[in-house]
Design a protein around this ligand. Structure first.
Ligand SMILES: *Cc1c(COP(=O)(O)O)cnc(C)c1O
Length: 388
């Protein structure tokens, strides 16, 4: 049985064209970009070309692209680096209750270091109100961090509006755009962000490589010290094959984004209406329209999300409960909790995240299989009383 993979928010397969671009940089062109000889030059050129492709995808200058080991490192560098470099101006940070753990835990760490963090809530659709962000700003606020689109429920935040506020108030603005770059248009100037995190493996590139966009003139300290790579902001010999892969993935995304987004939106809407029609007492989590083209997150009353995901897996369908990082714990998702979804419903949540290789037939299969699983689990659930 061919697997139906519907967990692209957790990770995506490497596009064969990306792999093909990467391979020579493991063997023939293995040089160190810092070396002065021609072997090094070859690697240096490849990194420079990848930098142009990533910069072009997000409307940045090449000198504003810093390659990292992934989205997590990019978030850490943005938050800790800006906090460190601007602590003399103030020690207050504004963020939200729905951030990825990479942002959440970086802020928590800074709190232990004596910074103050204000955590703004969201509405029932998972939307941040820019006015709440503005109200949270104080004279010693140095950084605002609000993600572009949420990885669990797919809600796309009014980042450009928050960027306008941040700029007017002279506060640096970071966004985790790991779920949006390569999937929907992202332009750092339209969004008015100063720092933006990207991860290659969420856009059909390899794992272990990402980018922090840093607007020219932003005061930021590195936390990796060593050789002067990446303008001194991220020491260590560059992950040349990974960077080349990210560059190629960015190039492909730029060319194919429109078509892919239409494809995903079509399958997404088909899956949403198919499931909502066939299953009683379910709700769609996240904003009904202002959401990622590939995200479907639903809560099923009276069942544990874990049971649903395991049953789906037995049918060859890979989906996720909330976020991959917290699925070990039985705690309801912090995102759904922040949105005010009752704990009982939050625990019964499943996320389907679609990708470019998914087909109509696969979605039909989920629409057929999932209601059957729900019926079976509810039949043995002591919580289920609705006999519809
Ligand atoms: C996956 C993800 C990350 C982490 O990226 P890695 O490259 O796996 O470290 C950060 N933020 C969001 C929103 C993500 O979905």
């Amino acid at each position: 049985m061919k697997k139906v993979y519907l967990d692209h928010a957790a990770t995506t397969p490497v596009d064969p064209r990306v792999l093909e671009a990467m391979l020579p940089y493991f063997t023939d062109s293995f040089g160190n970009p810092s070396s002065i000889h021609s072997v090094g030059l070859e690697a240096r050129t490849a990194v420079a070309e990848a930098r142009i492709k990533v910069a072009s995808l997000i409307g940045a200058g090449t000198e504003e692209i810093i390659f990292t080991s992934g989205g997590t490192e990019a978030d850490n560098l943005a938050i800790k680096g800006v906090a460190q470099a601007n602590a003399h101006k103030g020690k207050h940070i504004v963020t939200t209750r729905i951030e990825h753990h990479a942002v959440e835990e970086s802020c928590r760490y800074l709190e232990r270091q004596g910074f103050r963090v204000t955590v703004v809530g969201v509405d029932l659709d998972g939307l941040v109100d820019p006015e709440d962000i503005e109200r949270a700003i104080t004279p010693d606020t140095i950084l605002i961090s609000v993600m572009h689109a949420n990885n669990e429920v797919g809600t796309i935040q009014p980042v450009a509006e928050i960027g306008r506020i941040a700029r007017a108030r002279g506060v640096y603005f970071h966004t985790d755009a790991v779920q949006t770059v390569g999937h929907i248009p992202v332009n750092v100037n339209d969004l008015r962000v100063d720092l933006l995190a990207i991860s290659a493996h969420k856009l059909y590139g390899p794992k272990g490589v990402g980018v922090l966009y840093i607007r020219k003139g932003t005061r930021i300290d590195p936390f990796m010290h060593g050789g002067g790579q990446e303008r001194g902001l991220r020491a260590s010999t560059e992950n040349v094959p990974g960077i080349v892969g990210l560059g190629r993935a960015a190039e492909i995304a730029q060319a194919e984004m429109d078509a892919e987004s239409k494809h995903a939106t079509h399958l997404r809407d088909k899956l949403i209406s198919g499931l909502l029609e066939r299953i009683p007492q379910v709700r769609l989590n996240g904003h009904p329209t202002q959401r990622l083209p590939n995200n479907v997150n639903i809560s099923v009353a009276s069942i544990e999300g874990e049971s649903l995901a395991v049953s789906l897996d037995l049918e060859g369908i890979a989906a996720s409960t909330g976020s991959a990082c917290s699925s070990e714990a039985m705690e309801p998702s912090h995102v759904l909790t922040a949105m005010g979804v009752p704990a009982e419903l939050a625990r019964g949540s499943v996320r389907f995240s679609l990708g470019k290789h998914n087909t109509e037939a696969e979605i039909d299969r989920v629409i057929e299989v999932f209601p059957r699983i729900v019926g079976r689990l509810r039949a043995v659930s002591p919580l289920w009383t609705g006999k519809s």
